[in-house]
Write a protein of this length. Structure first.
Lengths: 406, 264
């Protein structure tokens, strides 16, 4: 996370109040406010401390396996018949997704702050597994809140977290999904504010989380940008990533924000279709509001009540989006599209057969829009997509969706 | 002088603590809530705290979470809450009503529109759980323009450096959250609560109400020794849910008696 030497306005966000334009901020109960302010101060000190960053980078290299490869997806390029497609292979990280980039940073920060327990929320379980992994490594007790519905549909990850020594608490309040897991984690934090470090998994929540998670995830874009220059000899025409809360997309986009010729494209989960109302596309189908510590686009009804997200991918099943994405959307620096459950399922299978890579359902959404974009840009074009997770965790739910009995 | 200031100064003259009773609007329907509001006022509640239901109440325990979901299932909304207070004012022009809820429904209704409509129907103040002082300028300006109180929360984690900032722009009263945790959990230790109340009182001239986890008359009496008001929420909501209006009002009458007689 060395400072980018180029003077850049967009990447200097957020402001001192944690705002990205009108989005972001610190909308938390008073009990948590002193904690949030202390976290901000500790984070700013840590990232300016070479010893802290050296420890982080050491573990990123030797434990996480960074840098992850940049791979030319030749057979998918042929299959789509247009632009050249490159995958940033963040699914090769330890624990199988980009999530650990952030968990490692936050858990190291927790230790530095003298916190004695870790809590996290999780949807698909990838963030929960990554947090439990790092907490085990640093010998900190870890409690993961997971919606009861998700506990049911992500059993392998629940078992993984338990193997790693974490306590998994099924959340039955509300609708028993990711947003309720986050509510419950906030309730725990408000109850044990002194000793607890809350490892938020996405670029949302109260300031400084959207900035801190983005900073830790920016390793994706920093590596990929340099690798594109080295391996492809140029920057891509477009960088594409899927979006639930938006952490892998923000990590990919951020180092490209000042490269005006690089289009940034986020792909939300359209579920059964935006028009059906059963989707998780906060930008395409929501409006600005306040939830979970920040002002951002939310799925909600006309009375400001939060509505349920829907996606085949538990990792995208969240009714909000990080505030920086909300801002990039409004100013037009990034484009946001969506892909349905059916499209993701199709791409999941196609990627497995064409490239021998079983992708997570989350990046399978991104691949659906890469397909259109490849045609749009033509053979001269170059597309960079973040393969943010591998699909092992999804094989059971994909089998079920395809009507295959295991 | 507004209703809140009148109520607190009248009680102070009698050396009595106020009893603030919480009820969730629309739990399980608007008619029941109206009956509860009237009954609470008649049984000795000095201030009614009316919950605005929200799908994601991050600071509430299971009791009030359940009440919010029942209220939303009955169709309760910000508009519905305004209508309830309008109806309540037909029979009870003097009992202060304070709305308590979360940012998003009010943000979507519009801070200015809410301040205007709330003042028109006779709401006296607002407690917004997830808008801390750092973020409340827009809301505060809107409420001030129509004469409503913005009631801020102070908590056990609000330290000496922060307290003056928290109480600086609050009006009506300061709501002291007796413990770290959600509504309906355990209360803080008596001595710690007493010390905290003294600390808040030293920082401002406003009445200090203590809430979160106050369930019994004994505890209410205890808190009323030092605090200017005792807030009871979850226990009343639970009594209403399990035993109906009569049982909830019976409990409220005991709590009111405990708060009012604590210093006598």
């Amino acid at each position: 996370m060395s400072q980018d030497p180029r003077p850049n306005r967009l990447s200097a966000q957020p402001d001192a109040q944690g705002r990205f334009g009108p989005y972001g901020g610190r909308f938390v109960a008073e009990t948590l406010m002193p904690n949030i302010l202390a976290l901000e101060a500790a984070y700013n000190a840590a990232k300016a401390d070479p010893a802290f960053m050296a420890e982080y980078e050491g573990f990123m290299r030797d434990y996480v396996g960074k840098p992850s490869a940049l791979y030319f997806a030749e057979r998918i390029t042929e299959a789509f018949g247009g632009a050249k497609i490159w995958f940033k292979r963040d699914e090769l990280n330890h624990t199988g997704s980009h999530k650990i980039n952030n968990c490692l940073g936050q858990v190291l920060l927790a230790k530095r702050m003298g916190k004695t327990r870790i809590i996290a929320e999780t949807g698909a379980g990838q963030h929960g597994v990554a947090t439990a992994t790092v907490a085990a490594r640093f010998n900190l007790p870890c409690t993961v809140f997971m919606g009861a519905t998700d506990v049911e549909r992500q059993k392998p990850n629940v078992f993984r977290m338990k193997l790693l020594g974490a306590e998994v608490i099924p959340v039955t309040s509300g609708t028993g999904t990711l947003k309720d897991a986050m509510n419950e984690a906030l309730r725990d934090w408000v109850t044990y504010p002194e000793e607890t470090f809350y490892v938020i998994g996405t670029v949302a929540g109260p300031h400084p989380y959207p900035q801190m998670v983005r900073d830790f995830q920016s390793v994706i874009g920093r590596e990929a940008r340099q690798q594109m220059l080295d391996q492809a000899g140029r920057l891509p025409d477009a960088a594409v990533a899927c979006i639930g809360g938006g952490s892998n997309a923000m990590g990919l986009f951020h180092p490209f924000l000042e490269d005006e010729d690089v289009r940034l494209i986020g792909v939300e989960a359209a579920g059964e279709g935006i028009e059906t109302g059963k989707h998780a596309a906060s930008l395409s189908g929501g409006k600005p509001g306040i939830l979970h510590g920040n002002r951002t686009y939310l799925l909600q009804n006309e009375d400001g009540q939060i509505t349920d997200a829907h996606s085949i991918s538990a990792g995208l099943d969240y009714p909000g989006i990080g505030p920086e994405h909300a801002y990039l959307h409004d100013i037009g620096r990034a484009e946001y599209r969506s892909a349905t459950d059916a499209e993701a399922l199709e791409m999941f299978q196609l990627c497995a057969r064409q490239e021998g890579i079983i992708p997570a359902l989350e990046p399978a959404h991104a691949l659906a829009r890469v397909k259109d974009l490849a045609k749009e840009l033509g053979p001269e074009g170059v597309i960079l997509m973040n393969m943010c997770g591998r699909g092992d965790k999804d094989v059971f739910s994909v089998a079920e969706a395809l009507g295959v009995k295991l | 002088m507004n209703r809140l200031d009148q109520t607190f100064s009248a009680l102070k003259a009698q050396n009595k603590a106020a009893f603030i009773a919480y009820v969730m609007a629309g739990d399980p329907d608007a008619g029941t809530t109206l009956a509860m509001m009237k009954g609470l006022a008649d049984k000795g509640a000095d201030v009614i705290e009316l919950g605005l239901p929200f799908t994601d109440p991050m600071a509430d325990g299971p009791t009030i979470q359940g009440a919010a979901l029942r209220a939303l299932a009955s169709g309760m909304s910000v508009k519905g809450v305004l209508k309830l207070v309008e109806d309540f004012r037909q029979t009870h022009p003097d009992t202060p009503v304070v709305a308590m809820g979360y940012a998003n429904p009010i943000f979507i209704y519009g801070f200015d529109a809410f301040a205007k409509d709330a003042a028109r129907v006779g709401i006296d103040g607002l407690i917004c759980v997830d808008i801390p002082p750092e973020e409340d300028e827009d809301l505060r300006t809107a409420l001030e323009s129509t004469g409503l109180s913005l009631i801020r929360l102070a908590t056990p984690t609000t330290d000496e450096a922060r307290l003056p900032r928290v109480v600086a722009n609050t009006s009506g009263f300061v709501y002291y959250v007796s413990t770290t945790g959600v509504t309906g959990a355990k209360t803080g230790e008596s001595q710690a609560v007493n010390e905290a109340v003294a600390r808040v009182k030293a920082a401002c001239d406003l009445p200090v109400a203590v809430g979160f986890g106050v369930k019994t008359s004994e505890r209410a009496r205890d808190i009323a020794q030092s605090a200017d008001a005792v807030v009871v929420g979850s226990a009343i909501v639970e009594a209403l849910h399990t035993g109906g209006v009569d049982q909830a009002l019976h409990l409220a009458a005991d709590l009111a008696q405990a708060a009012h007689s604590a210093r006598g």
